[in-house]
Write a protein that binds this ligand. Structure first.
Ligand code: PFF
Length: 447
């Protein structure tokens, strides 16, 4: 084991940016606003906020604590808690690693499209219309090329390690993302039609509430905070012992939720600005267009109606999506890479190239069999595996980990924890409520 050669985040703010970078991704900038838009806007927003606070945040503390305790990859960290059944613990770690790898394999394809959409308007402006059509049309060659480009970006950051790669790039890219968001929201809100979108997003219509909304919001919160598949465990393992885990988890969850909320402030008004500009946002049956259509057809159509400023905005919007995706994809690749380093003794360069290359190969197979594999891989990993692994972590922390050892781990960065409200509620919460709630999320699609 090369545990003393492991990297560490050099500062708390570096960790917050990296973990928030992992959490803030396509789930926030794309998934959340389009789900909100198709589920009554404000009604979904309210339930989502409740789910983040009641379910995702306690699980984030649990995952960070497991990682920080083990100071190792998920396999070793889980073994260090479940000492009586190390083989099974390691097996769960391995499943998490495979899950993170498969999430990355489909995520890179989506992110690749965003890269091609970011450059298309500029290429069009330069007069290369055929090339720009190729960039925005669904096609195997386009999908393959941009998946390779995005995967290489991910590999290049992870190659540089925790402080020099992940932390440095997250700390650079995340503030850029926040600034881009603010500029775009301010601009969109000055456009005709924006207020209709804002109203839909911010004024709850209680008639839109239904059971499925709770389940959707829970799944979204889980994906958005990168829970289940080991990313947060690995990031937690790079944390120093003097860090207050509940506090830092609350900060990460707040940033993630803040960005999801802001993405809604951008996309919902943008949809209605598009409608105002003559772009169809509803299907013939009156339902909102699918989430893919909203991002890849409705928004570009809106940017087109805005002339040159639209080209700039379109570029800004897709660059923003690529940044969000990259700070998430590096956290996924870090899961298997950290394992190969610790468990197999590989150096970072070998681990990153070999595993990053293997995952890229899986992405290529998916691209070549898109219709059959893409939805399948996305569903199995995010609808089933992430929640199921979440149940496993809740049971481990709530039932198997000795309560005093758990307390001692968290106490190192939070000495007064026993006197506070958090310690009175959280262990019971993770023990009973979290597994039951997650099982409900998991079971709903089966029912
Ligand atoms: N949280 C990311 C998003 O919202 O797009 C997705 C994600 C990142 C899922 C890292 C899983 C993961 F390990």
């Amino acid at each position: 084991m090369a545990s003393n050669a492991r990297g560490h985040f050099s500062s708390k703010i570096g960790f917050i940016m990296a973990a928030a970078g992992s959490a803030v991704g396509l789930g926030n900038v794309w998934g959340f606003p389009t789900k909100a838009a198709s589920n009554g806007g404000a009604a979904f927003l309210v339930i989502y906020l409740v789910m983040v606070f009641l379910l995702a945040f306690p699980m984030l503390v649990a995952e960070l604590t497991i990682g920080r305790h083990g100071q190792a990859n998920p396999i070793s960290s889980l073994k260090s808690i479940w000492t009586k059944n190390r083989t099974l613990a390691g097996g769960f770690g391995l499943i998490a690693i495979v899950t993170a790898s498969f999430i990355l394999s489909f995520y890179s394809i989506l992110a690749g499209w965003l890269v091609s959409y970011a450059i298309a308007p500029t290429i069009d402006l330069a007069g290369f219309h055929q090339a720009s059509n190729w960039l925005v049309d669904f096609g195997v060659s386009r999908n393959l090329i941009f998946t390779v480009i995005f995967s290489l970006l991910t590999i290049l950051v992870v190659l540089r390690g925790v402080a020099d790669g992940i932390e440095r790039w997250s700390t650079r890219l995340m503030p850029l993302l926040f600034v881009l968001f603010v500029v775009m929201i301010l601009y969109i809100c000055t456009q005709d039609g924006a207020m209709e979108g804002l109203k839909m997003y911010l004024v709850p219509d209680l008639s839109q509430l239904h059971g499925g909304l709770f389940v959707d919001a829970m799944g979204q919160a889980f994906f958005s905070l990168s829970l289940g598949c080991g990313s947060m465990m690995v990031y937690g393992s790079y944390l120093k012992k003097d860090v207050n885990l509940p506090k830092i988890a609350a900060q990460v969850a707040s940033i993630d939720t803040g960005v999801a909320f802001s993405a809604g402030l951008l996309i919902l008004p943008a949809m209605y600005v598009a409608k105002n500009n003559g772009v169809d946002i509803f299907t013939e049956s009156g339902a909102l267009k699918s989430s893919g259509d909203l991002v890849f057809k409705v928004l570009p159509a809106m940017f087109e109606t805005m002339g040159n400023i639209g080209v700039l905005l379109g570029f800004g919007f897709f660059v923003l999506m690529v940044i969000a995706a990259l700070t998430s994809s590096i956290s996924m690749l870090e899961v298997p890479v950290s394992c190969a380093q610790d468990e197999l003794g590989w150096n970072r360069a070998k681990a990153t190239w070999l595993i990053g290359g293997l995952i890229l190969l899986i992405s290529i197979v998916i691209c070549l069999n898109f219709g059959r594999l893409f939805g399948l891989v996305a569903d199995v990993t995010t609808v089933y595996m992430q929640p199921l692994l979440g149940v496993a972590w809740a049971i481990l922390v709530g039932w198997i980990w000795n309560r005093n050892k758990l307390l001692n781990e968290i106490k190192q960065g939070y000495p007064e924890i026993e006197q506070g409200f958090f310690w009175k509620i959280w262990p019971w919460y993770v023990r009973f409520i979290c597994p039951v709630a997650i099982i409900m999320v998991f079971a709903y699609p089966l029912i």
